[in-house]
Design a protein around this ligand. Structure first.
Ligand code: CMP
Length: 139
């Protein structure tokens, strides 16, 4: 699909480590246009809502705590084949399994503190983008 979107968050570990700039550079060099961007701190309740799909999984409570432990940078990104290409750019959820040169291989600290989030479908990209941004905040 032409000019479709994905949603990403640079997670608290990567923001705290000062890796936001390097990660955004990789994203732009991969051909993504930043449609919207926001640095914010999630409450545990908001993190829980964002990751509702994982409710009940053993890592859910820790994930909510971690995702509200410091600022994140949320972004809507636009490019052809945005979702699939972005998942290739970031690599596997577990950095130990991520391919060389991927964002998670380079910057993630653990399976939880894995530097970035990326949407897993066009439908979720739309839902996740709307969680953070109204249509009038996208340029
Ligand atoms: P993300 O791609 O944002 O989606 C769900 C998040 O849960 C994942 O990245 C990790 O930050 C976190 N997580 C923690 N433990 C696990 C696990 N065992 N499996 C999958 N995700 C995990």
């Amino acid at each position: 699909m032409a000019n479709n979107i994905t949603f990403t968050m640079i997670k608290p570990d990567a923001v705290a480590a000062g890796n936001s700039g390097a990660i955004i550079k990789m994203i732009e060099e991969a051909g993504y246009r930043i449609v919207a961007a926001k640095k914010t701190i999630l409450t545990p309740a908001h993190a829980g809502q964002f990751y509702e799909v994982h409710k009940g999984r053993p890592f859910y409570n820790d994930l909510c705590k971690y995702m509200s432990s410091g600022p994140v940078i949320a972004m809507v990104l636009e490019k052809d084949n945005a979702v699939e290409d972005f998942r290739k750019l970031i690599g596997s959820t577990n950095p130990a399994e991520a391919a060389e040169g991927t964002i998670r291989k380079l910057f993630a600290k653990s399976i939880e503190a894995n530097a970035v989030h990326g949407s897993d479908s066009d439908a979720n990209a739309a839902i996740e983008s709307s969680f953070f941004f109204s249509m009038t905040e996208r340029f």
